[in-house]
Design a protein around this ligand. Structure first.
Ligand SMILES: [Zn+2]
Length: 313
């Protein structure tokens, strides 16, 4: 889940200021690291207070813990040691929303994205526009996601990569493409293309990929267009939002004994009746509910090893 639907919160002035900061420091070395110099957050008044939301602590770690790569905990309750950054430019990908500094992952995820992007280019999807992955040390984020905490999740825009390098400003301000029709019951035929189908199928066919999350309307289209080759569809799960991007989740890497995996997806393509509930009136037009007070994850809720990840040099 993400806020990719709207232009980033950064105002033009802030982006310009960020560009200046980057220009004034070491743009080349930042690019070599595949990362950016993010806007620093103000120091926390009480970082050791056990009630401090863990997201405040992890968001203030702007580089990875320099220890061997290891995923700790569950996708929505964990952290990442030894994360690596996906370089912000590749031949077949570009990282978006650079100011967020969320292009970090377990090396397996980074390798997967590089491989998938090249594969996609052969099936009509020129390149990946990569949205949020994880923070340098994973953990909860200040905005946008429940998961993406362990370096094994990545959001890919449903916008094909343009045939040129996007500027930093464009990467902040551009919107991803809405592929779901206004009535929410199917994809928008004016937007959806065979290449959208091909890139999602290519992602699902990667052995390391365990789940792909898409909007139910997208799953419906994939079901319709899949023909007889349907085994990959079981990994593609309908979920809220995911109408501007799709979400790739890989399984626990072998080097991470403290990584908590998910049960395997059930057999079957998950088409037809499995989707009916998602198109009921209650889901398509939900009644507004009174907001409930937020309950933030604290360090106590995370695996104890995440404390070391947070404190590592
Ligand atoms: Zn996501």
């Amino acid at each position: 889940m993400t806020a990719e639907r709207r232009p980033g919160p950064a105002s033009l002035a802030r982006v310009a200021a960020l560009a200046l900061v980057i220009g004034a420091t070491s743009a080349a070395s930042a690019q070599d690291r595949g990362s950016v110099d993010p806007k620093p957050l103000p120091p926390l008044a009480h970082p050791d207070d056990p009630k401090t939301p863990a997201r405040e602590l992890f968001a203030r770690r702007t580089y990875a813990a320099s220890v061997p790569a290891r995923t700790i905990g569950f996708y929505s309750k964990g952290c990442l040691a030894g994360g690596v950054a996906l370089p912000i430019n590749g031949k077949t990908w570009q990282v978006m929303r650079l100011s967020r500094n969320r292009n970090w992952g377990h090396p397996k995820l980074v390798a997967l994205l590089e491989r998938l992007s090249a594969k996609g280019a052969k099936v009509g999807w020129r390149g990946l526009l990569v949205g949020d992955m994880s923070q340098p040390r994973g953990g909860p984020m200040l905005s946008g996601h429940a998961s993406h905490q362990v370096g094994l999740d990545a959001d890919i825009w449903l916008t094909p990569m343009p045939d040129r390098e996007l500027t930093r400003l464009e990467r902040e301000e551009m919107s991803a493409t809405m592929v779901v029709a206004p009535d929410r019951k199917d994809v928008d035929p004016n937007v959806w293309t065979p290449a959208h189908f091909n890139i999602i199928k290519a992602a699902a066919q990667e052995p390391e990929v365990e789940r792909i999350f898409v909007n139910a309307a997208i799953k419906k289209a994939l079901c319709r267009e899949a023909g007889n080759d349907r085994a990959w569809l079981s990994k593609v799960r309908q979920y809220w939002y995911h109408d501007y991007h799709f979400h790739i989740r890989i399984g626990c890497p072998a080097d991470s004994p403290d990584c908590k995996g998910q049960p395997p997806v059930s057999a079957g393509d998950g088409c037809g009746k499995d989707l009916d509930w998602w198109f009921t009136d209650a889901v398509l037009h939900p009644k507004p509910e009174p907001p409930s007070p937020p309950r933030y994850i604290t360090m106590k809720d995370l695996p104890p090893a995440c404390r070391q990840v947070l404190q590592a040099p």
